[in-house]
Design a protein around this ligand. Structure first.
Ligand code: PMP
Length: 309
């Protein structure tokens, strides 16, 4: 058992070691995928000896939106939510890059796949996490044979656990065929996103990303990248993207809390641009890492410092 299993998590209103946080096998969310969650990173800055949680308020707001879609009740205010996460991190004496997973789930033992009148519970756990995908080497990707779920099927906007079956199908297909990651098309055959990240391309110095109706999750990293593009005077557009636009792009990268900013080398065996990290990707990548680790004062309002609280 790893040392992290001894660190605290939050379940049923209590802090307890992760190894003891177990739930009943009849739990509604386990049976039907009726849960929504967040994926949040905290970065450790050695010089400042502090841990910074990135865009916590935005993650909380997205969880609230997810709960609305799934007819769930988030019973903790933002201040309480922040306090729970910080208490877990402080009690666990976290001083390394960490991934925080809050999850709101249907915890009743009811036998019926429905949303209303089923009790909700909230939990949080934390694991260490550095790179989820290799962000240096350039990823080899493929367009998935699996189509992204639609808003009217399992809403991608909700970050619902059950929706990740769709991601898992695409990811396994990609890995088992020798690729690093999948790119989804939506049901209209436009480009959507990766299995757990949003997608950006650069063409003629313009940054382009699929728009919200392209069955994407409203990514917080995506929004961050668009803000940085605006501030760097990089032209950008949110719009529909065709499959072969990917093949002819100058640069291509994934953006997400887990993947961070990960450049893509190939799609369906076509080399993107010159087959290396492009200049616009590099600029956004470098700025992103300076921001999340607390090196750029200008963006300190995006960070929650754990050990100043
Ligand atoms: N799309 C999907 C399907 C995801 O799971 C994620 C990761 N949460 C993202 C996009 C990126 O979202 P964010 O930048 O908020 O992590």
């Amino acid at each position: 058992m790893s040392q992290y299993e001894e660190k605290p998590c939050f379940l049923n209103g209590k802090y307890l070691p992760l190894k003891d946080a177990n739930i009943n096998i009849r739990t509604h969310a386990l049976q039907y995928g009726t849960a929504c969650f967040g994926g949040i990173r905290a970065y450790y800055n050695k010089n400042k000896d502090n841990l910074y949680i990135f865009r916590l308020k935005e993650h909380y707001n997205r969880l609230l939106n997810s709960s609305k879609i799934l007819q769930m009740t988030m019973s903790y205010s933002y201040e309480e939510f922040e306090n729970i996460l910080i208490t877990c991190l402080k009690k666990g004496e976290w001083k390394e890059n960490a991934y925080i997973r809050p999850i709101l789930y249907k915890s009743d033992l009811e036998l019926s796949p429905r949303l209303h009148n089923v009790k909700d519970s909230f939990s949080v756990y934390i694991i260490p996490l550095n790179d989820y995908l290799d962000i240096e080497k350039g990823l080899n990707t493929c367009v998935s044979s699996w189509v992204r779920i639609e808003d009217n099927q399992i809403p991608t906007r909700a970050k619902a656990t059950g929706g990740y079956i769709n991601s898992a199908l695409a990811k396994s297909e990609a890995l088992q065929n020798g690729f690093d990651e999948a790119i989804f098309l939506d049901s209209g055959k436009f480009v959507s996103e990766g299995s757990a990240s949003n997608l950006f391309l650069v063409k003629n110095n313009e940054l382009i990303t699929p728009d919200l109706p392209s069955s994407i999750l409203e990514g917080i990293t995506r929004r961050t990248v668009l803000t940085l593009a605006e501030e760097n005077n990089i032209k950008f557009k949110e719009r529909r993207v065709g499959r072969t636009e990917l093949y002819t792009a100058d640069e291509l990268f994934f953006a997400g809390t887990g993947v961070q900013i990960a450049w893509i080398k190939t799609v369906d065996k076509r080399t993107i641009g010159e087959g290396k990290m492009g200049p616009i990707t590099k600029k956004l990548h470098d700025q992103y890492f300076d921001i999340v680790t607390g090196k750029l004062e200008k963006y300190s309002n995006w960070l929650t410092a754990v050990y100043d609280k």
